[in-house]
Design a protein around this ligand. Structure first.
Ligand code: ZN
Length: 458
């Protein structure tokens, strides 16, 4: 190796999102390799030996990279469909299309999803993939390849469905797996790909899809498998009133009680949505340390309702943000979720006190890292943590007159990303993706989207 390459970012506002919410009106960040070496007020304190790249970040806000905690990359190919549907109608419309996906389609969709998020300041992504049609190829491998190509830190959630229509579930039978096959493939994915080390670029989680598409046996066995392998658990929970009704009819209890009965509450679990939660449900999440992926845009698009985020935060529940699949949130980037988390929760009972701009930023960074089990590594700008850093330009047309840098980022239009570092490596510079060509990704995704529509007979 040559002399240590450092990156020094100076003259910018900094929101560290550390435990004390430390901010600097004008500060510096020093990065060495894949770690943050120092962060502080004013210019860097010392003459730095060796090779240093100096970035004059005047007019910018530096934050931790955004963390996305829930997504379905493959839906990049089926955006803009079933526009006036609730969750169950939307699923019934789309399952037959999704049941025709293959490896090339998933690779193109993952590249599109990841590129979109990276351009919007996401440095850690996760994906929940649960559609594995027979003979479709290595779908999880296609996603992992795409994340490596785009250069984003990644948690791949190996999902599954084994309750088809003929067993009282919602998905068509040809889109589901046999229970044992799903468990074996999930274990194989963990053994082949999961890297538990500090700074890992790839983790695997165990992730059956939802109570209405998965048997109780698979829920129980998946929880046992994840604990045996030492990986995290993820699924959808309490998304809609219809789901609540389904759980009561089929299991004689609500979703949270069902999760508890099947081993699905714990500090190693995070659940997407959690819209329809009673006080007792929130208390159960708090008691067990179960995390939540809040997806406000998707919940609004499917008219699911407003998750009780202020109550969850007050109870100490870990909460992060999720884009959710782009068939229910066509924007596909996380800034929208920061903004909508604040705006939509203010339409709930807590009104103007529901969430502050700083709480919204925290959800999208540190909160997401907590939910993914990575709060010791990323999610805040602190010495020793990973160099996942975004520089947002806030002196341009959209932001120059907003009084407060954090309000500019959360309440303003999407801020241009001047620099995004993942693991200390520049992935976005001056609004351009450095790791791939955006137009090529767009063209390939459109071609694969058309191929999928044709395969599904649409
Ligand atoms: Zn989802």
């Amino acid at each position: 190796m040559a002399a240590t390459q450092r990156i020094l970012i100076e003259n910018c506002a900094i929101a560290t999102v550390d435990g004390d919410g430390t901010e600097y009106a004008s500060g510096h960040l020093l990065i060495e390799g894949n770690r943050i070496e120092a962060v502080g007020e004013g210019p860097a304190p010392v003459q730095l030996p060796g090779a240093v790249r100096r970035v004059d970040a005047t007019g910018h806000l530096a934050t931790p990279g955004l963390v996305n905690t829930h997504h379905h990359f493959y839906q990049w190919l089926t955006r803009g469909l079933a526009q006036e549907s609730n969750l169950f109608d939307w699923l019934v419309t789309l399952y037959p299309v999704w049941g025709r996906i293959d490896e090339a389609m998933v690779h193109a969709a993952a590249r599109g999803s990841l590129a979109m998020m990276a351009l919007g300041g996401v440095t850690t992504a996760s994906d929940h993939h649960y559609v594995f049609p027979a003979g479709a190829g290595d779908l999880l491998g296609a996603e992992i390849r795409a994340a490596r190509e785009i250069g984003v830190r990644f948690t791949a959630c190996r999902g599954s469905m084994d309750r088809g229509v003929s067993h009282g579930g919602l998905p068509p039978d040809f889109a589901v797996e046999a229970t044992d096959d799903a468990l074996a493939a999930t274990e194989r994915a963990v053994r082949e790909h999961h890297d538990p080390s500090f700074g890992s670029m790839l983790r695997i989680a165990v992730a059956p899809c939802s109570p209405f598409s998965v048997t109780t046996e698979l829920m129980r066995e998946a929880a046992a498998l994840a604990r045996r392998l030492g990986v995290r658990l993820h699924t959808h929970g309490s998304e809609t009133v219809e789901e609540e009704k389904f759980c009561h009819e089929l299991f004689g209890m609500g979703p949270t009680a069902y999760f508890e009965a099947t081993g699905w509450l714990g500090p190693d679990v995070w659940m997407a949505h959690c819209v329809h939660m009673t006080d007792a449900d929130i208390a159960a999440f708090s008691r067990t340390g179960t995390g939540v992926a809040h997806c406000p845009s998707s919940n609004a698009r499917l008219a699911a309702g407003i998750a009780r985020v202020p109550d969850m935060l007050a109870a100490g529940v870990p909460v992060g943000l999720g884009v959710d699949g782009t068939a229910s949130n066509e924007s596909g980037e996380l800034h929208t979720e920061l903004r909508n988390a604040l705006l939509i929760n203010r339409l709930g009972p807590h009104r103007e006190r529901a969430l502050t701009a700083r709480q919204a930023l925290r959800l999208g960074t540190r909160g997401g890292a907590e939910v993914l089990g990575r709060a010791g590594e990323t999610g805040s700008l602190e010495a020793g943590k990973l160099a996942d850093v975004v520089l947002w330009r806030i002196d341009g047309l959209g932001h120059s007159t907003i009084a407060d840098p954090v309000a500019a980022l959360v309440l303003g239009p999407p801020a241009p990303v001047t620099l995004s570092l993942v693991n200390g490596v520049p992935v976005v510079e001056n609004g351009r993706l450095l790791t791939a060509d955006e137009d090529t990704i767009a063209r390939t995704a459109r071609a694969e989207s058309r191929r999928l529509a044709t395969a599904a007979g649409r």
